[in-house]
Ligand binder design. Structure first.
Ligand SMILES: [Zn+2]
Length: 128
């Protein structure tokens, strides 16, 4: 499975001496997180963004495009994203959140996941 391969590749890159991945997919995220608590913050954020993006990809592949409604727009931080299957991206419907030609800003799941993780880590920093 492509998503499993990505998780294995990431983990082996940051932890070359990593134990073999679990045989079944159910344990793959736990394996990655368990082996990477020591990597620097940027790499931890990249790891968490992989997990979050893949969960969004799986939900959308199952037809649950509403998962995108629970994500902030990376530009305006509003809860204003709608999934567009034809473009395979989310569009922001905030009328002030447009590109320089006045079209809605479009976001990939990767961009949305990176924004989600960055906001989570920023909240964690201010909470301590
Ligand atoms: Zn926006």
């Amino acid at each position: 499975m492509k998503s499993t391969r990505e998780v294995v590749d990431y983990t082996r890159e940051v932890v070359p001496e990593a134990s073999p991945p679990p045989a079944i997919d159910e344990g793959i995220y736990g394996w990655m997180v368990r082996l990477t608590p020591h990597v620097d913050l940027e790499k931890q954020m990249a790891r968490d963004a992989i997990i979050h993006r893949q969960s969004l990809e799986h939900a959308i592949a199952m037809g649950d495009k509403n998962v995108i409604r629970y994500e902030e727009c990376p530009n305006c931080s509003c809860w204003s994203l709608f999934w567009r299957y034809e473009e395979d991206q989310a569009a922001c419907v905030n009328r002030y959140c447009t590109d320089r030609l006045g079209r809605p800003n479009l976001w990939t799941l990767g961009q949305i996941a990176e924004h989600h993780v960055a906001a989570k880590y920023a909240a964690r920093r201010t909470a301590t």
